[in-house]
Write a protein of this length. Structure first.
Length: 423
């Protein structure tokens, strides 16, 4: 009996130890679980704080950021995106990414981001957008494809910025370089034309001298008398041509005097319109037009030449618009012509004629360039006009499109010029 009691006590102690150990293990498990819960809470808190920091960074970035599905439905937009399009986030969420893209650009934009893959997950491209004021502006976007854990493409993220000013600056630079190249080319052509004109004039003088000597010993009944008189007339016409060609250079003296360009435009317009009543003319002269110091005869001939060019571009009749205005030209505009910025008078002559192709437009002021082969044009008129305006420290340019008319612009400096900026 005693032995049984001893064994029972031993078993009791054993079970007590097992129970104690189980209790200690349970406590350890509870403690470990509690630690895991605390660690999980700390991880969740850290993750939440990280996501909040990321959200604040993305929200406050100056670049536009958005995310959208395949069909363009927006799932996220940041502040910059909202501010650019002048919309609230609630208005944009769920709207379409393509709503601000012109119809003509939408297919091209879709091709860009639909070309993304796991091997090529990012792409950068440019496209136009419709700004809140209705104007078209340029943006540069970098699209990134977003994949899920199974490698399936589920969404796109885009980061964009406005590059309108940059593109405009590049276009302005290209235009400035084009103007500078043209001015340098015209200067070289002017030097060449002047040399040719002087040499040609010397030869004409020799021919005219010999013809005059022959006529001195010849009466009007001589069979060659009329031929020699015709030679003199041809030489006279050729001399007129060389004078006009010389005016393309800086060689010809000009007689400057203050002039009202409104009156000058009207004076030569009256001479022109009396012969060409089938042209409908609109005159829009600026009141209180600044005054210029010009050679009225030379400027008048330029105007008459441009009137006649407009008439020839409208064989079936049309409209000619003559305008004058005060304008300030900046350094970028006048620099290619080696002029000072400031106040200028602008004269514009716009016709509704046949217009000019691009290749013709590039050469229209060059000496001996003409499209009037059948009419026997010498290609001196516009070259002479370019030379006259250049001699007045002015600028003449032309814009045209085949079938849509032509506009010539003349810029002449005012008498009491003050430096300014382009208007």
């Amino acid at each position: 009996m005693e032995k049984l009691l001893q064994e029972a006590r031993q078993r009791g102690s054993y079970y007590k130890e097992i129970a104690k150990e189980a209790g200690r293990k349970r406590l350890r498990d509870i403690y470990n679980l509690s630690r895991l819960i605390e660690e999980h809470k700390e991880i969740e808190k850290a993750l939440s704080e990280s996501e909040e920091r990321y959200r604040r960074v993305v929200e406050d970035m100056p670049a536009m950021i958005c995310r959208f599905f395949f069909d363009g439905t927006l799932t996220f937009v940041n502040k910059a995106y909202c501010q650019y399009f002048n919309k609230k986030k609630a208005e944009l969420m769920g709207s379409n990414f393509f709503a601000f893209i012109p119809d003509s650009d939408q297919e091209n934009v879709k091709k860009h981001f639909m070309s993304l893959s796991s091997e090529n997950p990012m792409i950068t491209y440019e496209h136009q957008v419709i700004a809140p004021d209705g104007a078209l502006r340029w943006q540069e976007w970098t699209d990134r494809a977003i994949f899920n854990n199974h490698g399936r493409l589920v969404e796109f993220q885009s980061i964009g910025r406005d590059i309108t000013e940059r593109k405009q600056a590049l276009e302005d630079k290209a235009l400035l370089e084009k103007r500078l190249h043209h001015a340098q080319r015209m200067k070289s052509l002017g030097a060449l034309a002047g040399t040719i004109a002087h040499d040609f004039n010397n030869m004409l003088t020799g021919i005219n001298g010999h013809a005059s000597l022959m006529l001195m010993d010849m009466d009007s009944v001589h069979p060659h008398f009329n031929n020699l008189k015709r030679i003199e007339n041809i030489i006279k016409n050729a001399n007129d041509m060389t004078k006009r060609l010389i005016s393309f250079t800086k060689s010809e003296d000009i007689k400057l005097a203050p002039a009202d360009l409104n009156e000058l435009c009207e004076q030569y317009f009256e001479m022109f319109v009396s012969l060409h009543k089938d042209i409908k003319v609109h005159r829009e002269y600026k009141e209180d037009l600044w005054r210029a110091e010009v050679d009225s005869g030379q400027i008048g001939q330029v105007l008459l030449n441009l009137y006649m060019n407009a008439r020839q571009a409208m064989p079936e009749g049309g409209e000619l618009i003559i305008t004058t205005e005060n304008i300030l030209l900046g350094d970028n505009f006048v620099k290619p012509y080696n002029l000072q910025p400031g106040r200028f008078i602008k004269i514009s002559l716009a016709d509704t004629g046949t217009g000019m192709a691009e290749d013709v437009l590039q050469s229209v002021f060059e000496p001996f360039f003409t499209t009037k082969e059948e009419a026997g044009g010498m290609g001196i008129g516009l070259a002479s006009a370019y030379g006259v305006i250049s001699n007045h420290n002015g600028i003449i340019n032309v814009s045209s499109k085949k079938g849509f008319g032509t506009t010539f612009n003349i810029f002449l400096p005012v008498i009491d010029e003050k430096r300014g900026v382009e208007s």
